[in-house]
Ligand binder design. Sequence first.
Ligand SMILES: [Zn+2]
Length: 314
Amino acid sequence: MLYIGIDVGGTNLKAGLVNEKGEILATEKTPLGAFPGPEGFARTLAGLAEAVLRKGGAALEEIEYVGIGIPGAVSGGEILYTANIPMAHVPMEKLFRRHLDLPLLLGNDADCAAVGEWSCGAGRGTKNFVVVTLGTGIGGGLILNGKLHTGMGAGGEVGHIVIVSGGAPCNCGRRGCWEAYASATGLIRLTREAMAAHPESALHMIAAENGGVEGRTAFQAAQMGDETALALCGDYARYLAAGVTDLVNILHPEAVALGGGVAAAPEQLLLEPVRDIVARECYARHTDQVPRIVRAELGNDAGIIGAALLGRAI
Ligand SMILES: [Zn+2]
């Protein structure tokens, strides 16, 4: 059997024709553009699925279902809520099947990334697995006993656990959320604060060379031995490890995979200190079963592969 996975991103809709091994056989994409309303959106999704089907030379009968990763919350065939796109309580499977008569599975985008990594990336062979994606925010996907855990639909929003009571404001309305400190956006804020306090730091030079402060600015300056940047990277690793340790304490998974651009930072500046802190602080250290903390492996393809293989985890 074959599957179609669609990743609904902030600017593009990307579709892939995927086989049972999680290999992408063909891809298509279309700009998200101005939102045409739920009916028009369903038509766009169906058109994209048909386009990737044609491109991959597959027949409709070979497709088991279409899986879609959405930035928001879903339940069954219904979209409960989406960030960035104005949709609430939309019966998407019903609308989609008016244009293309295939079963439609809906998932949250971070959950789809987790399913992708679990099926054929960093979480292969595990029963309990967590993916944390460090981007504009923090996305989380939880695989528990081989199934995606979403609660009533909006569970697994790990970015909004509070790690600093009364701390920095978060987009969700709370203060001190993990996302406000350990996302790429949080790291950029911490970098700007360190620069303001340390005019002598090499952070200024690197930011000027790259046309502004980025998620990697801190790591680049730290690799040059800049003391402010080294301290900043240490602070960032502690914030990241605080949330990872909380997840480990609640779920005790076999592995936690970190994805997103920031996770590509040099191992000794990020993954190693995070591993050390989690190993020292998590409750499971008493059991000698400290989870592996690893990098996600599938990059931008995780969303498409995970949407396509969603049926294995729900
Ligand atoms: Zn929040």
